[in-house]
Design a protein around this ligand. Structure first.
Ligand SMILES: *Cc1c(COP(=O)(O)O)cnc(C)c1O
Length: 673
């Protein structure tokens, strides 16, 4: 069970925040739970002290001491000013929380006033604390007149700041129409009704049943495991998961929400999202900026046909992608996933040859271990035998060469000879076959799905140069390496390549909505620009350049600029690099390697390295216990954080990884003997 911690706020003063907090504390006791209560800031101590109310009405509660108290019944900033001082800083409150309460289960934190009440002279509000501590909120509101507006305003503000609201408690006489109206406006929200009468401790005893019930519902004691079990059963009855043998795989992880670098499972502790949600989430989960952009766009122009129509978001995105490539890739063709971006690149390359009358150019060159996606064309140029063998009959033939890799476990051992040999092989191949090639496709720098296999950069550079020289279109599949993952907008920047086509997908919307793009040079585009209708590219998808996804992509790229996420990726790389140097000799890891926000290594003593390798189960099991969500590729373990990961979070993640490696090595050694 993840820690049950709630911040109780109200839509205004006197809506019954304290009485509801007292009910929750009392309800916890009635359910044999120890509840901890914290009132970080108390104003109006001349009248009442809320912690006292709790101590009288819910005597078994552990009351954590208040951080700042002021006598005037005003907002914290004003009450503090009257005493010639300033109200508390959000960072000080956050520090108390992190040091003393972050690990506490069954925690009720009660604010003062509503969420936008200023805490201090600099105008910080509760929102700043909620954000910093990633707390879930319970909103207490009146049940009667005025509640529709006040409750909606509070919920909208919290949503806009990306703060998770767990439930709303309407306090007062039952007013069914108000409840229904709010439920209609916020269909995902849990609404509860509670009638607490007066703010008088004695009344609470009469409310024992209500208290116990409210506690069970808010803290999800009752039916919790039942409802979860039935949800999991429904998953097993109706969902078909990717890359999953349903018969032998364990149950999937039921996720309740995600925020920043954390995934929150329905059961258990939060987990660091170590695969960036299948390599896509570069900006952390639940960024309010993206939510706002999606919402705005959906209300403005949600989706439209992109043949014979256009819209500002796609135009803006195409322009900035062109700018990111310094004008080299001036054209954007949109699809909705990486496989399709590759499919489109292959089709463009093939048709281009036809359009130019070079009908003999029908073949592709790709590289052993390549993964370009799961649609037929993308499979054809890939070499994931274990995944794709059932489809071999319908895949087209292609040429395949071994890449020259750059770390010791490689197919070809590292060293100058191997590089020279590999380049010679490329030269020979192109001399013989260039005139039949429609294109060459490669994941530049790093083959992702193959197991984070790093290429010798000089070899990849040579490939680009040779392809250019032989006028064979160079297609770069940067679905994985692009957009900061490998420390640049494009990995090819590090190699000085001149690609003709580049595929981008993962990370384009920061991991929020499906969107992919095949970028092309103007030269390639001009081969389709003709008076002949048949020379046009007859390819398109219903959701080509979906406006909402393009808005999410533009908001994502805004974040890349404002937070300098490319620079951040380089900082993460240097931290990984230092960590590897420290750990390389520990005997816990082999072949450690890093580029940008990619860290990969192998566990020693693990035998065969294929995707179905058994070490996966051990890695998954131990990493979950260490608070990490990882999904190894065979024996290769990798960690791909969001680029927004903070220094503190990064250190925490690396120490968890160290513990994982130690435990994994112990287990492997035990198995080996
Ligand atoms: C993931 C991936 C793809 C396929 O993208 P999807 O969106 O999963 O279809 C293609 N190429 C590379 C290099 C990838 O990592």
């Amino acid at each position: 069970m993840s820690k049950r911690q709630f911040f109780v706020t109200g839509t205004g003063t006197d809506v019954g925040k304290t009485i509801i907090s007292a009910l929750l504390c009392r309800g916890g006791h009635l359910n044999h739970q120890t509840v901890t209560y914290w009132k970080p800031v108390q104003t109006g101590t001349v009248d009442t002290i809320d912690a006292d109310v709790i101590e009288t009405s819910a005597p078994n509660t552990k009351v954590h001491s208040t951080f700042s108290a002021f006598s005037a019944p005003l907002s914290p900033d004003q009450a503090a000013a009257l005493e010639g001082t300033d109200g508390p800083r959000a960072s000080d409150l956050a520090r108390v929380f992190k040091e003393s309460l972050a690990q506490t289960d069954n925690l009720v934190i009660e604010g003062a006033g509503g969420v936008l009440v200023p805490l201090n002279k600099s105008g910080e509000t509760w929102i700043d604390l909620l954000r910093e501590c990633n707390l879930s909120v319970i909103v207490v509101a009146h049940s009667g007149l005025g509640t529709l507006n006040h409750t909606s305003l509070t919920l909208d503000v919290l949503h806009n700041h990306g703060i998770h609201v767990d439930s709303v408690i309407l306090n007062g006489p039952n007013h069914k129409a108000n409840l229904e109206s709010l439920q209609q406006r916020y269909p995902e929200m849990n609404f509860h009704h509670c009638k607490t009468l007066k703010k008088d401790e004695d009344d609470l005893v009469e409310l024992d049943e209500a208290a116990s019930h409210l506690y069970q519902r808010i803290f999800r004691l009752e039916d919790h495991s039942n409802s979860q079990n039935s949800l999991m059963q429904e998953d097993q009855d109706h969902c078909w998961h990717p890359y999953t043998q349903h018969k032998t795989n364990g149950a999937p992880l039921l996720l309740k929400r995600a925020k920043g670098i954390y995934l929150y499972p329905e059961e258990g502790e939060p987990l660091i999202d170590g695969t960036s949600s299948w390599w896509a989430n570069t900006i952390g989960h639940g960024r309010p900026e993206i939510g706002a952009a999606i919402h705005r766009q959906q209300q403005t122009l949600d989706h439209t046909i992109f043949a014979s129509a256009t819209h500002p978001q796609a135009i803006k995105l195409s322009k900035r992608l062109s700018r990111a490539s310094k004008g080299h890739l001036s054209r954007s063709f949109y699809t909705d996933n990486g496989s399709c971006a590759v499919e489109v690149a292959l089709k463009i390359a093939l048709q281009r040859a036809q359009n130019r009358g070079e009908t003999h150019r029908t073949k592709f060159l790709s590289f052993q271990g390549a993964y370009h996606g799961d649609t037929c064309g993308a499979m054809s140029v890939g070499t994931s035998d274990s995944f794709h063998s059932p489809f071999s009959e319908i895949m087209f033939e292609h040429h395949s060469l071994a890449p020259v890799t750059a770390h010791p476990s490689s197919v070809c051992p590292d060293g100058p000879d191997c590089l020279e040999q590999g380049i010679k092989e490329l030269e020979a191949f192109f001399t013989k076959h260039a005139s039949t090639l429609a294109g060459v496709i490669i994941e530049p720098l790093i083959q992702g799905a193959a197991g984070m296999i790093f290429q010798h950069p000089k070899w990849t550079q040579a490939l680009g140069e040779i392809a250019n020289r032989h006028q064979v279109p160079l297609i770069l599949d940067e679905v994985f390496t692009g957009l900061g993952r490998a420390a640049g907008y494009f990995a090819y920047e590090f190699l000085g390549l001149k690609p003709d086509l580049v595929c981008i997908a993962k990370g384009l919307t920061g991991g929020t909505l499906p969107l992919a793009v095949t970028l092309s040079t103007e030269t390639i585009f001009q081969d389709f620009f003709s008076d002949d209708n048949k020379a046009a590219l007859y390819h398109g998808h219903t959701y080509t350049a979906n406006a909402t996804a393009c808005a999410a992509a533009n908001a994502t790229l805004d974040l890349y600029e404002s937070l300098d996420l490319i620079g951040r990726s380089q900082v993460i790389e240097s931290r990984f690099d230092a960590w590897l140097r420290k750990n390389q000799s520990s005997g816990m890891i082999e072949n450690g390697r890093t580029k940008g926000a990619i860290l990969a290594w192998e566990c020693p003593n693990t035998g065969s390295n294929d995707y179905f390798s058994l070490i996966s189960k051990d890695v998954v099991e131990i990493s979950r216990q260490e608070g990490l969500f990882l999904r190894p590729l065979g024996n290769t373990i990798y960690f791909l954080p969001a680029l927004t990961i903070t220094d503190e979070e990064l250190e925490d993640a690396l120490s968890r990884i160290e513990r994982l490696n130690i435990r994994l090595k112990q287990r492997m050694d035990a198995k080996a003997t």
